[in-house]
Design a protein around this ligand. Structure first.
Ligand code: ARG
Length: 458
């Protein structure tokens, strides 16, 4: 018999019950439902709405339920309408008089709004821990490669020399923004809707601020209609998670390229790669591919939530029950991806030699050659043109700038001297880019230190 059976003359149709029920996916919020109910009950007792005796029984009953759910002595009833109904019914079985009072001055509408906030608050902390781990792994790899020359690309065409550390640190910046974006989401998420009731609060003299404090929330929500029907924080969180996945996916794409035979910049550890069922030579970067693939679904989760919400009149509508599977999916995918991704990065081997060799072949020092001419008094546009002609000559004659004889240089412009070779050596090109934010080893080391300080402050 459903808790709301009074108004009804018939039992709910079994298929409708199954269709309507959310316990199969909202059961995971059991801890937060109990936490919210305990805070609510404490407030009811403090305000004299229920007795001390009621409170003692409610707190004990809920604690027992929590322990039993955790150790497996109590199983979720798959026929329950949702986790909120299940726990209340279970409490009422144990302490009928007190259990029946728990829902005084509360609706499932403000209850579920609270539970989802409490649940996502914990998940955000978990995800931030995982992001921190990933950033540390990337920083560790970067520290070993501040002098590892690598070709930097634009349009996936060879552009200018950088270092592998500089490249990795670009991702640390992204994940740092992701981390702080979650902090920001937390500010708006960590406010209490409890007391909004079904939509219009209640006539009981409740103390909403007390509940918020009990639950370590920053404040209460100041409009009850908004309190029960706001899912902005869920959309914001999904968006933040989509951003994390987009960043992971970009790095995945690079890892996939880098471990191809065409690049061979890195080699994944055997434990973090897979083989082929038919081609004995294969070593596939499945983790990176799967992360790239999963980013699609998390990105779509944002759009599912926005589309689900956009036509809903105030206040609560059952459509909103659909928020959970979508948001949980985004959370689950990110939590699956981050740790395995960190391990993959941590164990990969970097082929310094190969990176250096590839960097030497693509005329990525052409800008520096032009800059050399500028230092000898030429205007940049003229220097740019001369260098372009030099590059064309090299391509036609299968040469590179590093070994092109000086007399040939001179045939393009008399100002070229022996020091051109020093000016265009890849190491010089990198070492001279000392501007803040640049790839020079000492600049990059500074950036690493700065980032480490920022991480400590989080
Ligand atoms: N399971 C519901 C949800 O997830 C709980 C709220 C139901 N409220 C109601 N009045 N039917 O949204």
């Amino acid at each position: 018999m459903a808790l709301w059976a009074g108004r009804f003359k018939k039992e709910i149709n079994a298929n409708v019950n199954a269709f309507n029920s959310s316990i199969s996916f909202d059961a995971r919020m059991y801890k937060h439902d109990i936490m919210g109910s305990q805070a609510h009950a404490k407030m009811l007792a403090k305000q004299g709405i229920i007795s001390r005796q009621n409170l003692t029984e409610i707190l004990k009953g809920l604690n027992d339920i929590l322990c039993e759910l955790e150790n497996g002595d109590l199983l979720f009833d798959p026929h329950a309408e949702d986790i909120h109904m299940f726990i209340e019914a279970e409490l009422t079985k144990r302490y009928p008089e007190s259990g029946k009072k728990l829902h005084t001055a509360r609706s499932r509408n403000d209850q579920v709004a609270l539970d989802l906030r409490l649940y996502t608050r914990d998940e955000i902390k978990d995800i931030q821990g995982m992001l921190m781990e990933l950033m540390q792994v990337l920083i560790n790899q970067a520290k070993g490669h501040t002098h590892t020359i690598m070709c930097g690309y634009t349009h996936l065409q060879r552009a200018q020399p950088i270092t592998f550390a500089h490249h990795l640190m670009a991702y640390v910046e992204m994940f740092y923004r992701d981390y702080t974006r979650l902090d920001d989401c937390m500010k708006r998420l960590n406010v209490s809707p409890l007391g909004s009731g079904a939509l219009a609060t209640t006539t009981y003299p409740i103390d909403r601020h007390f509940v918020a404090q009990e639950l370590h929330m920053n404040d209460i929500m100041y409009n009850s209609l908004d309190g029960v029907s706001d899912r902005d924080y869920a959309i914001e969180l999904a968006n933040d998670l989509a951003m994390i996945m987009m960043h992971l996916s970009r790095l995945s794409e690079e890892i996939i390229l880098w471990c191809s035979w065409e690049f061979k910049y890195i080699e994944l550890d055997d434990a973090y790669a897979t083989g082929s069922s038919i081609m004995p030579q294969k070593k596939n970067p499945d983790i990176a591919e799967l992360v790239r693939g999963k980013s699609a679904r998390v990105i779509n989760d944002v759009s599912t939530l926005l589309t689900m919400m956009k036509g809903l009149p105030l206040a609560y509508n059952k459509d909103m029950q659909e928020d959970k599977e979508t948001l949980f999916d985004a959370i689950d995918q990110v939590k699956l991806c981050l740790p395995v991704f960190s391990d993959m990065i941590n164990t990969m081997k970097v082929n310094k030699q190969r990176m250096q060799e590839c960097a030497a072949k693509g005329f990525i020092n052409a800008t520096d050659c032009a800059d050399y001419l500028v230092k000898k008094g030429k205007a940049f546009r003229d220097a740019y043109k001369t260098t372009g002609q030099l590059v064309a000559y090299c391509i036609d004659h299968d040469e590179v700038l590093e070994t092109l004889p000086l007399d040939i240089y001179k045939s393009f412009d008399e100002v070229f001297e022996k020091d051109v070779y020093q000016a265009i050596s890849l190491l010089t090109c990198v070492e001279n880019r000392l501007v803040d934010g640049g790839p020079a080893p000492q600049t990059c080391q500074k950036a690493i230190k700065r980032m480490e300080k920022q991480l400590e402050a989080l």
